[in-house]
Design a binder for this molecule. Structure first.
Ligand code: SDX
Length: 390
């Protein structure tokens, strides 16, 4: 490119990886998990069914579904000593920092004797991570608010258990999880479960290709997801709506976006140049949850005004900028009572099954260490110059 080297276009073709897990058509706004459209899964399946689908390639029959639910429930607990890791963090630590630390530390508890080359060991690791990540996530919140950790219960569904561990306290002897909130939480988990070779999934595959232990690989994925351009966007959308304040300020804000002083968070995507199909389901869920809870959230009205203006404005149309999965999720999470700092943690919780499914897929066939090359644009070769001659 700089006249020194010829750039081999064929190189890029080798940079992509093969996968059977998720298919995205960015131009048509299509997202399939093992061939099933995301809107059908979000409406008709529960999150653990989607986990089974991503992990095994097929939807479970009734017996397999029951067996898988039981298996996950039996692995939701954490080794008691894991709690001590939380104590090493400041109380005001961002929960994503806690997630990175604690998940990485699981290598010290569940990795000994784990043979990454043994398919059975890999399968139980996947179950452990899917089962334990809600406990780790809920405890990362409890720690920051100084409340005692709540232990998972085997009589609750996956989403109910997470909300129970988040919001119940030992004093709530007959705590009941609101079924509307549990259903919305379960659907949000499904909408975030996997998304092809996004930055964090590619990070997990890259780490996994070195033979690193799966807990360290998932911790690397959590770190990559944290950025505001990726999983941190849902938190950034709420901050953006707070900054705009009211519908009257939208026009001025949009001018700042066009001057490239700010990004319209929750909009745009590396792959979707059409509607993100998850955003449509998320918006429908948003309407359902707020109506069921009788919440009239002005931020929803503000978000809808932003969307309306953006979808009719040449600047956004020309750049194929549409709402993505993060645009409405924050409003639902807020309605469920989730604090903003936990939004990306929930994304990481839900995406863990996608990450570990890709890790399993990579290990299911011979693989080589990932080693991307570069387009070198630095100095050509030259001889060393002594310091008194420089
Ligand atoms: C996720 O990869 C995945 O699959 C990710 C994800 C998953 O499930 O794993 O889908 C989850 O990360 C969703 C994205 C969440 N991030 C945000 O909502 C943050 C805001 N979005 C932007 O940061 C941005 O849209 C990206 C990072 C998502 C994509 O950036 P790109 O690749 O630069 O977008 P592009 O090439 O399509 O941009 C084209 C033009 C550029 O302007 P010009 O140089 O042509 O003038 O659109 C502009 C961009 O600057 N643009 C935006 C914008 N996104 C792109 N302008 C204003 N606001 C935005 N949000």
């Amino acid at each position: 490119a700089q006249g020194h080297f010829t750039f081999d276009p064929g190189f890029m073709a080798t940079a992509a990886c093969e996968s059977k897990i998720t298919f995205i058509d960015g131009d048509k706004g299509v997202l399939l998990h093992r061939g099933y459209p995301i809107d059908q899964l979000a409406e008709k399946a529960d999150y653990l069914e989607v986990c089974y689908l991503l992990l095994h390639g097929e939807l479970p029959n009734a017996e397999q579904k029951d067996e898988f639910d039981k298996l996950v429930r039996n692995h939701t607990m954490l080794h008691d000593q894991v709690q001590r890791f939380y104590n090493g963090f400041r109380r005001d630590a961002h929960p994503m920092a806690v997630m990175c630390g604690v998940v990485g530390a699981l290598s010290a508890f569940y990795h000994d004797g784990l043979d990454v080359e043994n398919p059975k060991h890999r399968e139980i690791t996947a179950i452990r991570l899917v089962a334990k990540i809600p406990t780790i996530a809920a405890w990362s919140y409890k720690y920051t608010i100084g409340q005692p950790f709540m232990y998972p219960r085997n009589d609750l569904s996956y989403a109910e258990n997470f909300l129970y561990m988040m919001f119940a306290t030992p004093a709530d002897v007959d705590y009941k999880v609101n079924p509307v909130l549990a259903k919305a939480m379960d659907r949000i988990f499904t909408l975030h479960a996997d998304h092809e070779q996004n930055a964090s999934t590619s990070t997990v595959r890259m780490a996994g290709s070195t033979g690193a232990n799966p807990y360290a690989c998932i911790a690397a994925g959590i770190a990559a997801l944290w950025g505001p351009a990726h999983g941190g966007a849902n938190e950034a959308v709420l901050k953006m709506l707070d900054e705009i304040g009211s519908v009257e300020n939208v026009a001025e804000f949009m001018e700042k976006v066009k001057r490239k002083e700010v990004k319209l968070m929750g909009f745009g995507h590396r792959v979707y140049k059409n509607f993100d199909p998850r955003a449509k389901v998320m918006k429908q869920t948003c309407d359902e949850v707020l109506a069921a809870l009788g919440i009239n959230d002005p931020q929803l009205a503000l978000a809808m005004e932003l969307e309306k203006i953006a979808l009719s404005d040449e600047y956004f149309i020309k750049r194929n900028l549409y709402p993505n999965v993060d645009f409405y999720s924050g409003i639902i999470l807020k309605a469920i009572g989730i604090p903003t700092a936990m939004f990306t943690v929930i994304f990481a919780l839900a995406r863990t099954v996608g990450w570990i499914s890709h890790w399993l897929e990579m290990h299911s066939a011979p693989y080589k260490i990932a080693r991307p090359r570069q387009l070198y644009t630095g100095a050509t070769q030259r001889d060393f110059v002594k310091v008194d001659q420089r």
